[in-house]
Structures are given as C-alpha cells and as structure tokens.
Design a protein around this ligand. Structure first.
Ligand code: NAD
Length: 352
C-alpha cells in the first residue's frame, strides 16, 4: 500500500430534512450574538427566514452576493460586517454566497455558518476566490473554512431542475478528479466514490420528480462528500479548463463543468485507469467518460460549449491559457490533444 498524508479539517455537519430547525442551537454553539446573514438578491426570502429564526442574534442581512465574488462586493460586505459589529457570517445559498462569506472571513476571521442550497461544495473547502479587474484569483486559507454546515435538503427544493442537474455534475467533477489527484489518499477516494454513487442515483430520481425529498437528500449528501474531496486533494485538467472558461469567457460555472467533465475524463482515461474504474463502478457503467456523457444527456443537461455561448474562435486562445500554469495532471498536456478536446466539447460530441 502506498504511503499517504491525510489532514482532517474539522467542520461540524448537521444533515437531514428539516435540519434548519437546529440553527439557533448551532448559532449559540458558535457563541454568535450578532450574525450577518448573506445571500444573493434572489434568495432574500430564505435569508429573512434565517433572520427570523435567530431573532435578536441577527445583526442584519447583506443580499448582494454574486457569482465569482467581485472585489468591490467583498469590500462592501466587509464594511457592512464591521459597521454592524458582526461576530459571525451565516451564508445561505450556493457557491457564490459561500464565496462572499469566505471573503469576509479572510480578513476578519469571522466564523462562517454555512447553509448550502446547491451542490457546488464550497462550504467544505478552504478555497476562496476573488475577482479583481476581470481576473479571478483563488487561494487556500484555513480561516475561510466554515465552522458549521447545516445541510437541509428541503432548502434545495427551490433549485430549478436544470441547475440541480448541472450543479450535481459539478459536484461529481470534484470527486472524479479527486480519484486521480497527485495527492489522492484512500480516505478521500472512499468519499469520492460514495459521493459519485449518491449523485448518480439521486440525479435521475430528481429528474423524475424534482420535489422528491429522498432524491434531494441523496444529492445533497453526495455533494457534501464531493465537496470534501475538493477541499482535501488537488484538482487537475478538468478544473483548470473550467476555471479558464469561466474566468476568461464568463461561461456559467455548473454548466461548464457539465460540458467539460466527460472530455477531461476521456483525455485522462489511459493515464488513470484505476480512477476510471472507480468512477465507472460508482456510476454502474462500463466507461467513466461515456457514462458521464450519457448521464448528462439523459438528464437533458447542456452538452456543448457552443450552447453556453462560447465563441468558436476562442478555442485556440483557451488552449493556450490552459497550458499556462498547468495543474498537475495524469496525462501530460499536449497542445493539439487539448485543442481537440475543446473542439469536441464545443460541438457537444461524445468524448473521444
Ligand atoms: P450560485 O451560488 O451562483 O447560485 C446560482 C443561482 O442559483 C443564484 O442566483 C442563487 O441565488 C440561486 N440559488 C441557489 N440555491 C437556490 C435554491 N435552492 N433555490 C433557488 N435558487 C437558488 O451557483 P453555484 O454553482 O452554487 O456556485 C458557483 C460559484 O461558486 C462559482 O463562482 C464557483 O467558482 C464557486 N465555487 C467555489 C468553490 C470553492 O471551493 N471555493 C467550490 C465550488 C464553487
């Protein structure tokens, strides 16, 4: 057996249908007297529900979270937190809202209580992102890892089916790449395979009935495990490509992950056979890349970069950006093969 290093980052997790009812207790356990509730403009109602639940312990609501955490929004939120004397940030929403909480915690060390409502998994990682002058920079810092996470599948019922599907496949991408990470370890690989299995079962169940709470629970459980993998081991080509496409061409996050994943897996298939076997086993299919593509197609998810609005002419430039500061990857990055990958993804062809 290979030697490995495993560092456990301890977050307290409260999981289950209706678990939001434990919010007051969890806020008290963090010692919070003045919590600032964070959300996007579209999730104001959920934030107000949180505020009502904690009553006098709520210092205010900041409802300006947006995708990729623009530095101006981060500065504004930090100022509001300071002015209100906040001693805790409660982030309710997806990766964008978690990202705003992290931007505050990075400077102030406020503890974050996260209440995720998508499957992006940011609540399980010490990774933060900030966008300044059109460039998104990411970093790792233990201060931004939420202290407590409440996973209540009832809160994801409002997530539209198309976004639920792409968000779920976004989560699967964390686990898939975690299985061939240079610093992979057996514990994270167990979580990755179980997370993939839960989502591969839960997503079709959801597609059949979007308000099926059992399906929602399964997907959220899978998202938790996959997010843990993202937070603990390094990511490779797939995440690099999605970061490039999202950052440079402003493509939507979860949808981009959905389109790229089958192609990134096909690119790495021969170089990471054991990881591919585990992905395929979790999905109950013969071939990992074809299996993810078939799942996305069956769930009516987008399959091409073209339909996400990526200009064809940008493929060459995207290839070059992906080659710069390349992440570690099982198969070396080759310009022509990478361009071919992007070309297949642009057209939405099955993975080669
Ligand atoms: P998001 O947070 O941008 O949410 C998408 C939209 O869906 C938002 O308008 C949001 O308000 C809405 N929404 C969320 N949950 C809902 C619900 N249950 N019902 C109705 N509407 C709901 O999208 P996302 O995919 O969760 O996050 C993407 C962002 O997170 C990207 O910026 C990505 O880079 C970042 N991210 C970071 C990490 C990390 O570890 N740092 C991990 C994953 C994603």
């Amino acid at each position: 057996m290979q030697a490995f290093t495993y560092t456990s980052a301890a977050a307290r997790v409260i999981f289950g249908h209706g678990s939001l009812q434990h919010l007051v207790r969890e806020t008290e356990l963090l010692g919070a007297q003045r919590a600032l509730v964070l959300c996007t403009p579209g999730q104001r109602a959920e934030a107000e529900r949180v505020a009502a639940l904690i009553g006098a312990r709520c210092a205010g609501i900041f409802d300006q979270a947006v995708m990729h955490v623009p530095i101006e929004t981060a500065r504004h939120a930090r100022e509001v937190a300071r002015a209100l004397g906040a001693d805790c940030a409660i982030a309710i929403g997806g990766g964008s809202t978690m990202g705003l909480g992290k931007a505050i915690a990075l400077e102030s060390e406020l503890p974050i209580l996260a209440i995720p409502t998508t499957y992006a998994g940011s609540e399980m990682t010490p990774i933060y992102g900030l966008t300044e002058a059109g460039r998104k920079k990411t970093g790792r810092d233990a201060r931004v890892l939420p202290r407590t996470v409440i996973y209540d599948p009832a809160l994801s019922l409002g997530l539209p089916l198309d976004l639920s599907v792409t968000s779920g496949i976004n989560a699967m991408a964390h686990a898939a790449e975690g299985l061939y990470a240079p610093d992979a370890n057996p514990i994270m690989s167990l979580l990755a395979e179980e997370g993939l299995r839960a989502l591969a079962e839960g997503l079709p169940q959801l597609a059949a009935r979007a308000d099926d709470i059992d399906a929602r629970s399964r997907c959220l459980y899978g998202a938790w495990l996959c997010g843990t993998v993202l937070g603990n081991v390094g990511m490779s080509l797939h995440h690099k490509l999605c970061h490039t496409l999202g950052g440079s061409y402003n493509l939507p996050h979860a949808q981009t992950h959905t389109v790229i994943l089958p192609h990134a897996l096909a690119y790495n298939a021969a170089a990471a056979p054991q990881a591919m076997q585990r992905i395929a086993r979790a999905l109950g299919v013969e071939d990992a890349a074809q299996g993810v593509y078939a799942l996305a197609r069956a769930l009516h998810a987008p399959l091409s970069l073209k339909e996400l609005g990526m200009p064809y002419e940008a493929l060459a430039q995207c290839t070059e950006i992906a080659l710069q500061n390349a992440y570690a990857n099982p198969r070396p990055l080759q310009r022509e093969a990478l361009h071919a990958l992007l070309e297949d993804a642009w057209h939405g062809r099955p993975p080669a």
